[in-house]
Write a protein that binds this ligand. Structure first.
Ligand code: SF4
Length: 197
């Protein structure tokens, strides 16, 4: 059975797709089948009904925030994301997306309206401080324009009132983290530095 929903601690996560425009060196999918005991490779992408069916019945017992984050870039399955988010908002949950920020490149058009409406927190993985380094480690199908694309995505989400946060992993080193901080500050977007697991 495909797992569209998985739980870590008290938090519900939603796994919408295995498609991704990147092939990051550090991707959690490398050599793994899933998270914990839950396999996350999918044979088919879910509809909203498929996801909702797998949500726990006792939703109130879980964290208020539900996270779109699985074995792929969630915005590849944007229609399902949008419908599931509407459902979650109706049952008093908030939503967060962990995204590579390349949705506008993936759709070759601006889809930030949908993302801002669906996701209460938009966590964009900045990963690196410039286009060259980003491409070196993340290997986007869009090449070096992926980095500017994700900055533009973040800017647009923010302009539309989205709660946007950048994230980097501390393993990129102090100098690059300092550059990322400068960039994030210039854009007025908070930066979260995560400790490498
Ligand atoms: S963007 Fe995320 S899912 Fe895609 S390859 Fe990178 S770490 Fe993996």
């Amino acid at each position: 059975m495909d797992n569209y929903v998985y739980i870590i601690g008290n938090k519900i996560y939603i796994n919408l797709t295995n498609r991704c425009s990147n092939r990051c060196d550090f991707c959690i999918r490398q050599g793994r089948k899933g998270m914990g005991d839950t396999p996350l490779w999918l044979s088919e992408e879910p509809t909203a009904a498929d996801v909702i069916e797998q949500l726990p019945l006792n939703l109130d017992d879980y964290d208020e925030e539900v996270v779109f984050c699985g074995f792929g870039e969630p915005t590849y399955n944007l229609e399902t994301l949008d419908e599931v988010a509407s459902y979650l908002h109706c049952v008093d949950k908030t939503t967060r997306i962990n995204t590579n920020g390349q949705a506008n490149l993936i759709y070759n058009g601006d889809v930030t309206d949908v993302v801002v409406t669906s996701c209460d927190v938009i966590n964009v993985s900045l990963n690196e401080c410039n286009a060259q380094k980003y491409q070196q480690h993340c290997k986007s199908v869009f090449g070096e324009k992926a980095f500017d694309g994700l900055l533009d995505f973040a800017r647009k989400c923010r302009e539309k009132g989205g709660n946007v946060v950048f994230s980097v992993v501390d393993s990129i080193g102090e100098e690059d983290i300092a550059e990322c901080k400068k960039l994030a500050k210039k854009m007025g977007i908070p930066l979260r530095v995560r400790v490498k697991e």
